[in-house]
Design a protein around this ligand. Sequence first.
Ligand code: GCB
Length: 666
Amino acid sequence: MKKFWIYLLIAMSSAAVASASVRRAIPFNDGWKFHKVTTPAEVSEVTLPHCYNADDGTSADYYRGEAVYAKTFDAPAMEKGDRVFIRFEAVGFQAKVEVNGVELGHHKGGFTAFCYELTELLRTKGNSITVTVDNRKDMTIAPINADFTMFGGIYRPVSLLVLPKGHITPVDYASPGVYFEQLEADATQARAAVKVLVDGFDDKELGRLSLYSELRDGEGTVVARTSTNAVMRHNGFNALADTITVANPELWNGRSNPALYTLATYIIKGEVIVDKVEQTVGFRTVEVDHDKGFILNGKSHNLRGVNRHQDRPGKGWAISEADHREDMELIKEIGANGIRLAHYPHAEYFYDLCDREGMLVWAEIPFVDNAPDNEEFAATTKSQLIELIRQNYNHPSIFCWSLFNELGGPAATKIVTELNDIAHREDPHRYTTAASNDDNSPLNAIPDIMAYNTYPGWYWADPATMQYAIDWKYRPDKQPLGISEYGAGASIHHHGILSEHPDTGGDYHPEEWQATVHEINYREISKRNFVWGTFVWNMFDFASAGRTEGDTYGMNDKGLVTYDRATPKDAFYFYKANWNAEPMVHIAGKRFTPRGAEARQVKVYTNCDGIYLIHNGVRYYPDGNPQAHVYTWDNLPWAEGENRITAHGVSDGKIIYDNCIIIYNK
Ligand code: GCB
């Protein structure tokens, strides 16, 4: 009877639900004063997110040091008994947080959220908060070294959380406090365990608590509801735990149909709702098989992805939601269906976008290159993994947790073994993986599924050697094989036709060679469906302060798109022709003008039919059959000076074309 009453209350009176919900998240981003410790007199007023390497992140001597953020604030409006927490979404790389002169905590790890309670320290007016941030190399924090700039700052948002005395906890490694654990999912039924971690209730109150959970589909229709009084222990907290079942669920099915549900969980004491948390969730199954590759919801699903770093020029890591969306749109434009979020946890907003867009996500911790042998390093690396998993547990897009990237060092085997156990304990339903570049490393045997970073055509051999890399060099006997990185550097200002790769550490990185590497690498990859996933290195150029090569020092230029996201390179269109369904035609090498001598080939990437070129008014059909959507013309009668070229294709009866003018000098 009581159960029925609760159902009725919630189902019938959304107003009652809203007014009873007292949890508040207050943005805490304005009015900070900032200075670097080396220049204490240079205080500026900043709004978070803020990155103190926004302008120097590509210089060899970018600022790696301490900086202080301070602000004064009044206590938020509170009711008697309310409790206040502060949640940072990420600070690069460690942060000491003090309120009214008392240290609240010191967080190590540059990419994950952390949350502290400050109730006891709060005065009604005139509180002070100081956050001392440090992005120096520190032998207790991963990564010790890596091929990217270690940007400093409070570079993701901060909020104050005002919660009632008894609440869903925000301090379980800054997780949402709600775990949605899919137990089964197919077209006829889906079932998930729901665990909601509570805090601040005494034993008597705990006995009067109930959890009401409801699941709404994309239209907002409630498709399942359940309630319970069962209390268990989870992650060291009391948790109300239930199971929710949906008949005929719509499965989250990657790009083609990323169906999502909203899980609303209410903690009810007696007959009053005391706290509520909503999470976006989805049902799907992922299997990765040594021979069959990637299987989503029981069907083979070629996982064709890109890697992404999070930095941008003039912003460093303090990027906006609009920046995230722009990245996602570019990734969608080429038709990729997965993203390796390298080499660290990315913004919560971006994982949400991946859920919504149906991108399959490889999530990883920043355990790169080096595993020093000290206990604190092991402890902080483990906490970075626990944070990654607990904070992102409910995202249907994430299918694996990656433990390391190209790792060595004295303590590597021990830590990776422990990380693998932690990931399985925290989440028995997702695979562990890692990205290795050493086929002889004993670490490779530890994760469930393996992947390799390999650069045939760039750091070694010629591009067709990808075939040997996959079949002979890397393929494990039992574990499934993925390609976590492949690619080549390119500047949009360097052009030329090469028969072998340029000096990769040199100053000349022609765009045409990058395209050739991708064409040939990918041709080999796409013949092998047993490869469970492939990830282009990289979707975007990114800052790597130590690099001196290409036309911009301090950068890694292997992006398919330039650092400012303004210019897609030719290789971008190669993938677009292969992966995306929208009709497109792209003439490669348009920027290769003027050109001369042997640079006589014209190449077109297209997914259309009936391809031909009009060259200076004359029609030419391509030489031979296309390879992986690449058409070529090797014998055009180039005119001295201007050559007008239009490439035509047909799709659904419509003509699609691209054109350019190339200056040719014999
Ligand atoms: C790798 C690393 C990555 C580098 C990349 C490169 O294997 O995992 O962090 O940026 O190679 O471009 O050299």
